[in-house]
Design a protein around this ligand. Structure first.
Ligand code: F0G
Length: 351
């Protein structure tokens, strides 16, 4: 076995890079595909979690960012900008450091998780909290990238999706074939677009590989694709997917339709329940938005939309440590004891 080199080197022949592209990497990708025993039991399916929270900055965004920043460097860019609900900004800030670029990030004021804010700041990004939502931030970032010398690294940058499609390659490499069903949370709708691109590319090459049905899940208070129109004031506790007008709307619908899949919504209550279950029963701590994929699978399986025996992959997109508030909110508080074995045993219920 040799060391994992990051998604650009691992999948170089499938990505738009050349010998002249300076590869800016933190060795992202190569994330585990973990069997999910409890979710399998509940659904009667063979379920795996693609644990994207184990990327260098704690989310799947790193796969796209290595590509976007490498290509920006190839073009001679010295500054990048993005709008973000938190993870994109954390990733852009870190990769900009590696590339020696400055990074500007626009986030919706008061609506991003503390850990993500900390990441952007510790990596030295210029952070603006915008008095508006993510959709406002993206519009602003787009305008700035047109009028000023700064490269946009949101997923409207096509290199982002090229990098993100590598997650589908890894799933096929791990399983030996595509799964029957792939579940994802949907926010700006770039990731579902990218996975579908990846699966289709693999299938086009080898007759051995199929493609999964793509199931995407939005939060019910931020479900523009489900409702068929933009949501002016999106609301959900899953701040990462609090988006009312996704940039990759059409390509997400294509992924849905070409794959025979669906895009549906799950309530905040379902998201929170799945979040707690993943931590308490699978040992996998994800962020709220990530749990939408599992909440959606449970809902679909119950409604008969996913046949028992299916092989299913749920992408869990981000690390739970980014937003510990929700973990602490439901937890019983810790007991304080003196340095005394008898007291500790009593408090632990061992005695
Ligand atoms: N899960 C997490 C943890 C996310 O951060 C995001 C998007 C998604 C799911 C949805 O993915 O947008 O490709 O449909 N976060 C973006 C950000 C918007 O700014 O970090 P998508």
């Amino acid at each position: 076995a040799r060391a994992w080199r990051g998604v650009v080197e691992e999948y170089r022949d499938r990505l738009p890079v050349t010998a002249n592209t300076p590869v800016v990497t933190l060795q992202e990708g190569g994330t585990p595909l973990v069997p999910a025993r409890r979710v399998s039991e509940l659904t009667g399916c063979e379920v795996f979690l693609k644990v994207e929270g184990l990327n260098p900055t704690g989310s799947f965004k790193d796969r796209g960012m290595t590509m976007a920043i490498s290509k920006a460097a190839e073009d001679g860019a010295q500054a990048v900008i993005c709008a973000s609900t938190g993870n994109t900004s954390a990733s852009a800030a870190a990769y900009a450091v590696r590339a020696g670029m400055t990074c500007a990030v626009l986030v919706p004021q008061g609506k991003i998780a503390m850990g993500k804010l900390a990441q952007a700041l510790v990596h030295g990004a210029k952070l603006l909290q915008v008095d508006g939502n993510f959709d406002d931030c993206l519009e602003l970032a787009r305008k700035l990238s047109v009028d000023y010398p700064v490269a946009l690294v949101n997923s409207v940058n096509p290199y982002r999706l090229q990098g993100q499609k590598t997650a589908a390659f890894e799933v096929v490499d791990a399983l030996g074939d595509a799964p029957d069903v792939h579940c994802l949370p949907v926010g700006n709708a770039g990731n579902i677009t990218a996975y579908w691109m990846g699966y289709k590319e693999f299938a086009a090459e080898g007759p051995a590989t199929g493609t999964p049905r793509m199931l995407g899940f939005q939060a019910s208070g931020a479900a523009p694709i489900v409702g068929g129109e933009p949501v002016r004031s999106p609301r959900t506790i899953a701040t990462a997917i609090r988006i009312g007008n996704p940039a990759s709307w059409q390509t997400a619908e294509q992924a849905r339709d070409e794959s025979g899949g669906a895009i549906a919504s799950v309530t905040d209550r379902q998201i929170l329940a799945a979040y707690r279950m993943l931590a308490a029963e699978e040992g996998v701590f994800v962020e709220l938005a990530s749990a939408a994929s599992v909440a959606g699978l449970l809902q679909s399986a119950e409604a008969g939309g996913v046949a028992p025996g299916s092989r299913v992959v749920c992408t869990v997109t981000g690390n739970g440590l980014k937003d510990p508030d929700w973990a602490l909110a439901g937890a019983s508080s810790a007991t304080t004891v003196p340095v005394d074995a008898r007291a500790a045993a009593g408090a632990l219920g061992l005695a």
